[in-house]
Design a protein around this ligand. Structure first.
Ligand SMILES: *Cc1c(COP(=O)(O)O)cnc(C)c1O
Length: 400
């Protein structure tokens, strides 16, 4: 295996080789081997520093080793890590109340705690089944996770086909109002959408689409389920991306950023959707454990205390302007909102840009051949943006 980084030493190369031998073949060859992090920076096992503008794919909302999260995890680990779901803990209750308040689910709001995005989506798919209706409408190019139910609603045929047959009753529609109107009917249990399609390359819904989806689902008595796994917890400059259009769905699916790096997910419901599951119809051994929910509560409390939602909104505008200000012939547009941005490229060189960035000590990723995704920690300020712009400009030039 050739060394990816210019001054790779035996330590990271040896670990990359050991990983490649032992990891399931579904895992990509690792780009680097990281040892520690602080704020928006991580260091690899050879001591090289990287500016992290991916944040574990929109996960490390507070950056790395944030004292509020470190303290919450350490204190909780010393106190109580896990109990069965026959009982609860103050952390579990606090977490549920917090997400109900922040989503705006209101007095009928209820929460099912999960351990990952895909698991929270599985809960949403089962919730949809509880309507008694057979169909779920999802969208082309949408991404909802890799377990069988989540895969069935994912709109990328290449991911689904090796694992067919899929769960029946799912249609993947083009993301436009006419297609949704046409497909809608009283046999539809739920419409599942991402407010901004992250894995598709940070592609926002067309203007007015979310409002139309809300109206159509209401007319037909179907659930509107928002997959806010990537867009939630302040990332887009609102607590949740649906708030940008003033839309309240029947359910929100959360994960990634809410735990700041500790695995946690949630299905949040409001109104009649909160009464669809009856006693014993869903559950998880780890779901809602005090380590994960305590961590998530600490992350959400810190986002609120430090107004990181406002910071995401302001820094997102600055970042977009600075990227467009580079006047790079390679950059065609900057999509997305807040600190979930997709830089559209004029040629299929995104993987090369990622490699060039990595060599220079900058972490970004390429959800497809013509998009660079930026999802830095919500804590970034002037210094990180300035450093990013320098490194990114050099990476674009080197890849062009
Ligand atoms: C990451 C992601 C998922 C899957 O979450 P996992 O924790 O990887 O299972 C689902 N939906 C969206 C929008 C995501 O970004």
């Amino acid at each position: 295996m050739s060394p990816l980084l210019p001054d790779a030493t035996p330590e990271s190369d040896a670990l990359r080789e050991r990983f490649a031998r032992v990891a399931m073949r579904s895992a990509p060859v690792p780009q680097a081997v990281f040892a520690r992090g602080e704020g928006a920076y991580v260091w690899d096992v050879d001591g090289r520093r990287f500016l992290d503008f991916l944040a574990g794919i929109a996960v490390n909302a507070l950056g790395h080793a944030h004292p509020a999260l470190v303290r919450a995890v350490a204190d909780q680990a010393a106190r109580l890590i896990h109990v069965s779901n026959y009982v609860t803990t103050p952390q579990g209750v606090d977490f549920a109340e917090r997400v109900v308040r922040l989503t705006g689910a209101g007095p009928t709001g209820r929460v099912y705690p999960a351990n990952s995005g895909a698991e929270a989506i599985e809960a949403a798919v089962k919730l949809a089944r509880r309507t008694g209706r057979p169909r779920i409408l999802a969208f082309e190019n949408g991404f909802h996770g890799r377990t069988m139910g989540a895969l069935a609603v994912t709109g990328k045929p290449a991911l689904r086909e090796p694992f067919e047959p899929m769960l029946p009753g799912v249609d993947h529609l083009p993301t436009d109002r006419a297609a949704l109107e046409e497909a809608m009917g009283d046999d539809v249990a739920a419409v599942l959408l991402e407010p901004i399609k992250g894995e598709a390359g940070v592609v926002p819904l067309p203007d007015g689409f979310l409002t139309a989806a809300r109206e159509l689902t209401r007319q037909h008595g179907a659930l509107l389920i928002a997959d806010e796994i990537q867009t939630g917890a302040g990332r887009t400059g609102d607590w949740f991306a649906v708030q940008h259009e003033g839309v309240t769905p029947d359910a929100w699916v959360l994960a990634k950023g809410i735990g700041g790096g500790v695995p946690v997910g949630a299905l949040v419901t409001t109104g009649a959707a909160s009464d669809l599951f009856t006693l014993g119809q869903h559950g998880s051994t780890f779901g809602g454990n005090p380590l994960a929910t305590g961590a998530a509560s600490a992350v959400l409390a810190e986002i609120e205390r430090a107004d990181l939602v406002g910071n995401a909104r302001r820094r997102g505008v600055e970042l977009r302007e600075a990227i467009l200000g580079l006047d790079s012939p390679l950059v065609t547009e900057v999509r997305g909102r807040g600190l979930l941005l997709g830089v559209g490229l004029a040629a299929e060189v995104a993987p090369r840009v990622v490699d060039e960035a990595m060599r220079r000590g900058l972490i970004v990723n390429a959800p497809n051949a013509t998009t660079i995704r930026l999802a830095p920690p919500l804590i970034i300020g002037d210094a990180e943006i300035a450093e990013f712009i320098t490194l990114f400009a050099d990476s674009l030039k080197a890849a062009a």
